[in-house]
Design a protein. Sequence first.
Length: 125
Amino acid sequence: MHNKSLFHFIFVLNILLGQNVKPTIAILDFEGQGVGPSEVQTLTERMRTEIGNTNAVRLIERKAVEKIMMEQGLQQSGCTSDECAAEVGQLLGVQFMISGSIGKMGKSFTIDTKMLCGNWRNYKI
């Protein structure tokens, strides 16, 4: 993900919250669109790492997300709807859920992300 896009993403989060407290965020595994599972997993982890490195948010660990999903009988790869993301977000008690898809155009990867906020309205970044 380009730094400009990441900056925009964090900027939007700060505006939405309008407070000095770090927002809590969880990221679901992204969907692959013509991209292999290992590439999707690697790029999803890269997104988590880059967002976590900003220190602008409190990022919920992947294992915590997986635990909640397993307890609810859900799989991250099958949680692609807004309703599923909102349900997981409520169970985790986070302010924002991020989901998305990863594709490839030529030699470049594309990342389409969607952020659901605490009142569970959509904000596409």
